[in-house]
Design a protein around this ligand. Structure first.
Ligand code: R5P
Length: 219
């Protein structure tokens, strides 16, 4: 089974959590794109979606699913999204696709975060994947120096401007043994918009595509 086939299996398995007449929180990335394809088969049953990126909004609208502004909903039953890494405590690194800020917002609105991943995303310790940090452009150098003090090697993500008009620093060589503490430390830096550590708001259910089939793990 290829990695994309495992992503597809996880994405389609998430349909089980979609309820009738609901507004579904939708993340961003290649695994989520499979979920959106699956959601298309249920579009007559749901009210619509709240999206975490321009890219996902365009994909949802292309298949005829109404996209609501996050300000139009007080809560969501579920938020379905992938991850770049996920540990056994359901803490995640996200932001490989530069959508971390809006993803964190929509995830915060949702009751339940359904994480869809292939089995290559599972790690014991977060940090093998470079940690994305969304930064106000004027703070780029200052935040870079502060991230070095925290033990990382920050690299400016050339040519990328987020949907919110900010830049991304990818922090290499971090062994994040205390994700909540690291999330708090980076969030506290003036100029950081979002850090791609989803520890305070981790996943609630993880659907893992594997060569043997899709594994479901719930908190
Ligand atoms: O910014 C993008 C999101 O954090 C994605 O969830 C993450 O990068 C995983 O993407 P993919 O499903 O393409 O591996």
């Amino acid at each position: 089974m290829t990695q994309d086939e495992m992503k597809k299996a996880a994405g389609w398995a998430a349909l089980e959590y979609v309820t009738k007449n609901s507004i579904v929180g939708v993340g961003t990335g290649s695994t989520v794109n499979h979920f959106i394809d699956a959601l298309a088969t249920r579009k007559e049953e749901i009210k619509g979606a709240v999206s975490s990126s321009v890219a996902s909004t365009e994909r949802l609208e292309q298949i005829g699913i109404k996209v609501f502004d996050a300000n139009d909903v007080a809560s969501l039953d579920i938020y379905v999204d992938g991850a770049d890494e996920i540990n056994a405590q359901f803490n995640m690194i996200k932001g490989g696709g530069a959508a971390l800020t809006r993803e964190k917002i929509v995830a915060a609105i949702a009751e339940k975060y359904i994480c869809i991943v292939d089995n290559t995303k599972q790690v014991d310790v977060l940090g093998q994947f470079p940690l994305p940090v969304e930064v106000i452009p004027m703070a780029r150098s200052f935040i870079g120096r502060e991230l070095v003090k925290l033990g990382g090697d920050p690299v400016y993500r050339e040519g990328v401007v987020t949907d919110n008009g900010n830049i991304i620093l990818d922090v290499y060589n971090m062994a994040i043994t205390d994700p909540k503490a690291m999330e708090d430390s980076i969030n506290a830096l003036p100029g950081v918009v979002t850090v791609g550590l989803f520890a305070h708001r981790g996943a609630d259910v993880v659907l893992i595509g594997t060569p043997e089939g899709t594994k479901i793990i719930e908190k």
